[in-house]
Write a protein that binds this ligand. Structure first.
Ligand SMILES: [Zn+2]
Ligand SMILES: [Zn+2]
Length: 166
């Protein structure tokens, strides 16, 4: 969505609201099975003493795969937006500042970038997901497997040494 900023660009104190949905086409993450609804973005661009800042939030609902146990789970994502926009980019190497495109801004690019940058590195069905046993593959959230009961070979050696001393 194109946001026209002509009305606020030279007018400190003025703001422009926006509200739109994000296309999920470019939001491709290995742990996301699918989006349960299109991410919704809402916010405002405010001119504070000549400096433009975009604030707001993106809300999304997704079906994900747990990185530890492989189970599918639903999760909601809330991305807080607080991005400076610049009319004249002196240093266009700064990735934290988004350049204006003439007297407006293409919101999709800004919002997609913010969403991607905020994406969790890990997707867990729950904070303390126990994952799968490396040996038998059992889901340890459902209970312990018998692999853990086998004695560690290093402890077995220690046991033998103790036996000798006896
Ligand atoms: Zn899990
Ligand atoms: Zn096991």
């Amino acid at each position: 969505m194109w946001l026209d900023l002509r009305e606020i660009i030279e007018m400190p104190g003025r703001s422009a609201d926006f509200s739109c949905t994000l296309s999920t086409e470019l939001l491709d993450f290995p742990s996301v099975v699918r989006f349960l609804s299109e991410p919704e973005a809402k916010g405002t661009v405010l001119n504070t003493a000549g400096v433009l800042t975009l604030t707001g939030a993106i809300d999304a609902k997704m079906l994900c795969v747990c990185d530890r146990c492989g189970r599918e789970f639903e999760t909601e994502k809330h991305v807080v937006l607080d991005v400076p926009l610049a009319a004249d980019m002196e240093d266009d190497e700064d990735p934290d500042i988004f350049p204006l495109d003439g007297d407006g801004i293409e919101l999709d690019e800004v919002l997609e970038t913010c969403f991607i940058l905020d994406m969790d590195a890990k997707f867990l069905c729950r904070e303390d997901c126990k994952g799968l046993c490396h040996t038998c593959g059992k889901d340890l959230n459902e209970g312990e497997c018998s692999c853990g009961k086998q004695v560690d070979p290093r402890l077995a050696v220690l046991g033998q040494l103790l036996d000798i001393e006896d």
